[in-house]
Design a protein around this ligand. Structure first.
Ligand SMILES: [Zn+2]
Length: 89
């Protein structure tokens, strides 16, 4: 999958199978698209390939999840609505 270089970041955090729930504090991030606002970018994982990296907006725990192609495109579409998103800093 082709990932735009401007979305590439370094891998950090832990794997989180429950993508919309923070693995540390249990914060549910799916409401109001908070999950997408919390996404920091796409990183390369040695075993999993491309992953989306998130940061909890409550406790700032960093975690990641598989980046599928459909997820990647949806994610970019959502992020472009938010001018203050980290991607544009
Ligand atoms: Zn948290």
């Amino acid at each position: 999958m082709e990932i735009d270089i401007k979305y590439r970041i370094n891998l950090s955090g832990i794997y989180n199978a429950m993508i919309d729930i923070c693995p540390k504090c249990g914060n549910r991030m799916v409401e109001n698209q908070q999950l997408y606002k919390n996404c920091k970018g796409v990183a390369s994982h040695p075993g999993m390939g491309d992953v989306l990296v998130f940061e909890c907006d409550k406790c700032f725990k960093t975690f990641f999840f598989h980046c599928t192609e459909s997820f990647y495109h949806y994610f970019i579409m959502m992020c472009e609505k938010w001018k203050k998103n980290r991607f544009y800093n």
